[in-house]
Ligand binder design. Structure first.
Ligand SMILES: Cc1cc2nc3c(=O)[nH]c(=O)nc-3n(C[C@H](O)[C@H](O)[C@H](O)COP(=O)(O)O)c2cc1C
Length: 347
């Protein structure tokens, strides 16, 4: 991995294995977002120079998913983008994953982001069709397993992330450093990434790029009510809660009435799936995005919401991250330089 800069202050030209894999200008992955990463958002990501993924589970049937993929292709002018294939930890009966993989292949989608359980069953089929896989995991041991079954890249998320940070809750700084040493395929690190300085730090730790979800939620292209986005702009790093550990399915979500009730039920030992499901079902969350009434629903959200300071087009957020990366490199250049060793002067 190399990062080239012609001169201080000029934009950074990234040349990592991650942006080479996706052929993007920046080594940034905009992770799948249930109900939210639809064609407009994914196309905005791709057009801004980062890789984006339509979340297949947001579409109730094959026809609507196909239509969204085609719409996205139009909006990107034919540029590559991906589909997020979120799977449940155990293969349940009636699982749609097989059908989604068929559609991805049939539509010629070049990338998938898989998550939830090992994508082993699908690797051969996807590769035979020329589709590359980035698999997302909350712990390095799962990343090693994914590497062993042949995925093309992994993203490893730490405890700060929105969505599912896993059961071990290892922070991103620790996770990234271990992952970089343990893997030989391209690595994106996520969980709390919200600025260009985070990107530079991830590269310094040995990663090939970053994965971002939360920081992008306030982009104009996210299809959610303005009140939801305004709420995120106001939120700070303490604006999230961890719920559902009792079901061994920990989720980091917006701190709201639903999170409080679910946590109370879990503490009282009433955390069985039948009791909790009405509160955390995806449909309740979807309604909150639609109406902007954010007190209800388990709404995935990470600690990097603190960096979401205004609603603006995704391209502007990406441009700011790029400028911040340049500033971080300038700072590093003044903070630490190379010194000649005595021997270098023949002394
Ligand atoms: C609102 C929201 C919805 C998400 N939905 C999904 C999903 O459907 N599938 C998935 O694999 N990851 C999902 N994630 C996780 C993100 O793709 C990404 O891994 C995570 O947001 C990265 O950490 P960050 O939130 O600290 O940026 C979601 C995250 C958020 C914030």
């Amino acid at each position: 991995m190399t990062v080239r800069r012609a001169e201080e202050g000029k934009p950074v030209q990234f040349n990592t294995r991650l942006n080479a894999l996706f052929a993007t200008r920046l080594p940034i992955v905009a992770g799948g977002l249930q109900w939210l990463s639809k064609a407009e958002y994914v196309a905005a990501a791709v057009n801004a120079g980062v890789m984006g993924f339509i979340t297949a589970a947001s579409f109730p049937d094959d026809a609507t998913l196909r239509a969204e993929i085609r719409r996205c292709r139009e909006l990107t002018g034919g540029r590559d983008f991906g589909v997020n294939v979120s799977m449940l930890p155990k293969l349940p009966s009636g699982d749609r994953t097989d059908r989604i993989i068929d559609i991805v292949i049939d539509e010629g989608v070049p990338f998938v982001e898989t998550s939830g359980r090992s994508p082993e069953l699908y690797v051969r089929r996807l590769h035979a069709a020329g589709t590359r896989i980035i698999h997302k995991v909350p712990a390095v041991r799962f990343a090693r397993k994914a590497e062993a079954v042949g995925v093309d890249a992994v993203s490893v998320v730490g405890a700060e992330c929105g969505g599912h940070p896993g059961m071990d809750l290892i922070g991103t700084f620790v996770q990234a450093a271990i992952a970089a040493k343990s893997l030989s395929i391209p690595l994106a690190v996520g969980g709390g990434v919200g600025t260009g300085a985070h990107l530079v730090a991830a590269l310094a730790l040995g990663a090939d790029g970053v994965l971002i979800g939360t920081r992008f939620l306030v982009s104009a292209e996210i299809p959610a009510h303005p009140d939801y986005k305004r709420h995120l702009v106001e939120a700070t790093e303490t604006g999230t809660d961890l719920i559902l550990a009792s079901l061994r399915n920990t989720a980091r979500v917006l701190r709201n009435e639903t999170a409080r009730i679910v946590r109370d039920l879990e503490i009282r030992g009433a955390g069985d799936i039948e009791t909790l499901l009405p509160y955390v079902s995806g449909e309740v969350g979807r309604e909150a995005y639609r109406t902007g009434k954010v007190s209800q629903g388990a709404l995935s959200l990470g600690q990097s919401v603190v960096f979401a300071d205004r609603v603006e087009p995704l391209a502007d957020i990406v441009a700011r991250i790029e400028r911040e990366a340049t500033d971080a490199l300038d700072r590093l250049a003044t903070q630490c330089g190379r010194v000649a060793r005595e021997n270098d002067h023949g002394l």
